[in-house]
Design a protein around this ligand. Structure first.
Ligand SMILES: Cc1cc2nc3c(=O)[nH]c(=O)nc-3n(C[C@H](O)[C@H](O)[C@H](O)COP(=O)(O)OP(=O)(O)OC[C@H]3O[C@@H](n4cnc5c(N)ncnc54)[C@H](O)[C@@H]3O)c2cc1C
Length: 440
């Protein structure tokens, strides 16, 4: 028997644009009273819902319950930029790539997860939220172009297709002449993240019971595991924790998870004349040449800007921090779309990323019949899906070769001791963002 009190529960603040442009959700079902299940999943993001879907396939007659502290899509799953990337995408690296062996394996795993999501998109009619559009990388400087050309060499070595782009081609796509060169890779899915994750939860609700707005405040693990919330509790012999950085809130992976926030702003709908002034294609997603630069998406009549990372070891941000970073978004937006004048933002938000110093996920069986899938290093739309699926396979005892591969991966290593982290992490982020220069 061991007890795990949650020292904190999620408190995501500010309406994420992706959620705000959807119709309001149905009233939530809150966990009240005592319940029993065969499987309990805590966390209904990409990892949790992938675990639930995989379990529903593997053990169709067993009772699967998912509990989330918030509404589905209110957490990072509905706050992200929606790039479901098949290729290596090492955020800490110089050009997003790693070693060849590692990258081949990564691509195979990422594509398995994307196909798993694609089958859900087909089954639940979510294709409008899940589009195989590919992604653009855009460079704002000659240095950025050189980085992308290195990335292209790496892709050639991996045997992966891409298309190099010049400034004119990027202007035809994005409407702005801000970018001096770029690269297109075809395998990325562009998701409306809140629409997709909510649709996934609704689709699964035929097979899986979901409780929302029900923060789990304590876990008692043993022969039967018990999760308690303010108004109820649920017991199950098998537990899958897919709470991302909040693993640490329950005392798991202590001093191994790095809690970073990143931020986005979404415009109001642009008028027809504003859209004409912007020009370019109506739908595209662009990743900066420098991982610390700005990600930009156009979704028909709206544009979304994401940039800036902050170190938030207490796993929350504030309206003040979101407003301050909103000013950075406005500068990035105006540099790219000067034809629109003042940035017409309707939504601004921040969201929690869980990183580890060695880019390793939190995956495996951490106590008897307690499984985890989390800490996807900012790439959780695909890798959360992957490790969620694999956690279900592992828990059921399904002998998937990918489970064995995932178990061989390193675990998150120890962070530096205090006060090195609280002084060093913000300084390092600041220096990396400074280095991004015009890419920001
Ligand atoms: C602005 C932004 C842009 C991003 N862009 C991208 C991108 O383009 N592509 C990409 O792949 N990734 C992106 N990410 C990262 C991505 O959103 C995360 O990696 C992903 O959401 C992680 O999935 P997850 O299921 O592991 O965790 P989460 O999505 O964080 O889900 C965990 C869930 O657990 C719940 N929970 C936590 N504690 C408790 C508790 N005590 N009780 C009950 N429930 C609990 C939370 O409410 C949450 O819903 C971005 C993130 C942000 C913030």
């Amino acid at each position: 028997m061991s007890d795990h009190e949650a020292v904190r529960t999620p408190a995501d603040t500010s309406m994420p644009g992706w959620y705000g442009i959807l119709p309001p959700p149905k009233a939530p079902e809150v966990l009240r009273g005592r319940h029993k299940a065969d499987w309990l999943i805590v966390g209904a993001g990409f990892a949790g819902l992938a675990a639930a879907r995989r379990l529903a396939q593997l053990v169709p007659n067993e009772r699967i319950v998912v509990v989330d502290a918030q509404r589905v899509g209110w957490g990072a799953a509905g706050r992200n930029s929606g790039f479901m990337i098949d290729l290596p995408h090492e955020l800490g690296g110089e050009h997003y790539g790693g070693s060849q062996d590692h990258d081949h394996k990564r691509i195979r795993m990422n594509r398995t997860a994307i196909e798993f999501s694609a089958s859900a998109a087909d089954e639940y009619g979510l294709r409008k939220f899940f589009v195989r559009a590919g992604k653009y990388h855009g460079a704002a400087t000659d240095h950025g172009v050189a980085v992308l050309r290195e990335f292209e060499k790496h892709l050639t070595g991996l045997g992966e297709p891409f298309e190099p782009l010049d400034a004119l081609q990027l202007k035809e796509i994005t409407g702005t002449n801000f970018f001096v060169g770029g690269t297109f890779t075809p395998g990325t899915v562009m998701a409306q993240p809140a629409g997709f994750i909510r649709g996934l939860a609704e689709g699964l609700s035929r097979r899986v019971q979901l409780f929302e707005n029900s923060p789990v405040t304590s876990l008692q693990t043993g022969k039967l595991h018990t999760a308690k919330t303010a108004e109820g509790e649920i017991t199950a012999p098998r537990l899958i924790l897919t709470v991302n950085g909040h693993l640490e809130s329950f005392g798991y992976f202590k001093n191994r998870l790095l809690h970073v926030f990143t931020y986005a702003s979404m415009t109001r709908p642009l008028s027809k004349s504003e859209q004409t002034a912007v020009g370019g294609e109506p739908h595209w997603g662009l990743i900066p040449a420098d991982p610390m630069g700005s990600t930009i998406r156009r979704i028909g009549d709206r544009i979304v800007v994401r940039n800036t990372f902050t170190y938030n070891p207490h796993m929350s941000t504030s309206e003040k921090q979101i407003r301050r970073i909103g000013a950075v978004h406005d500068r990035s937006f105006q540099a790219r779309f000067p034809m629109l004048g003042q940035a017409p933002m309707e939504f601004r938000w921040g969201g929690h990323l869980c990183l580890s110093l060695n880019s390793a996920p939190a995956f495996g069986e951490i106590e008897d019949r307690v499984f985890v899938a989390g800490c996807c290093n900012g790439l959780g739309t695909v890798q959360g899906t992957l490790y969620g699926m694999l956690a279900a396979d592992l828990a059921v005892g399904n002998n998937e070769p990918m489970v064995a591969d995932a178990l061989k991966e390193p675990s998150p290593i120890q962070l530096y001791p205090e006060p090195l982290m609280s002084i060093g992490a913000p300084m390092k982020l600041w220096a990396m963002q400074k280095r991004a220069g015009r890419e920001l």
